[in-house]
Design a protein around this ligand. Structure first.
Ligand code: ZN
Length: 164
């Protein structure tokens, strides 16, 4: 059953940067998403996965414009430390943290640490970078009605008691 519109796909991935250094991976549990332009995944990744089948290995290299965007200069903002979504006590410049904004949580990079505030660069930590996803397709199934109504998957088992 190849990947096509309205299939739920489980996959493992390793994300590397231009130097081939691992940035993140899917960990123990595969990523599960609803395929077909529901914006659950980077569009360029969906395109690369279209038509692939269980067990396929897919390597996709994406320029910044298709991944985490180009860097925007002069995007440093001062943020109260209490607005950071991190339990890390020892904040340092260069650290990637998540911050609560009026548009929801966002990944940013600390540029300067003060007593009550930090300066953060609001560019995504991977902005401006070419990245490579090495993907292994683990499984594919049909979406259930409720997933199609919601426009996202409810996990591999499509838990009927799923709330969000
Ligand atoms: Zn839902």
């Amino acid at each position: 059953m190849p990947i096509s519109k309205n299939k739920v796909v489980a996959f493992q991935y390793v994300l590397t940067d231009e130097e081939g250094k691992k940035v993140e991976d899917s960990g123990d549990e595969p990523m599960v998403y609803l395929h077909g332009g529901y914006r659950n995944l980077l569009p360029a990744l969906e395109t690369a996965l279209e038509g692939r089948d269980k067990g396929d290995l897919v390597s996709v290299t994406l320029p910044p414009e298709q991944a985490y965007g180009l860097r925007v200069e002069d995007s440093v903002q001062r943020v109260p430390i209490k607005h950071l979504l991190t339990r890390e006590k020892r904040l340092r410049p260069g650290m990637a943290v998540r911050v609560n904004t009026k548009d929801g949580p966002r990944d940013v990079v600390i540029t300067k640490v003060g007593k009550f505030n930090v300066d953060v660069d609001t560019n995504h930590p991977l902005a401006g970078k070419t990245v490579t996803f090495n993907i292994e397709v683990k499984d594919i199934r049909d979406a259930v009605q409720e997933e199609l109504r919601h426009g996202h998957s409810h996990g591999w088992d499509a838990d009927p008691h799923h709330h969000h």
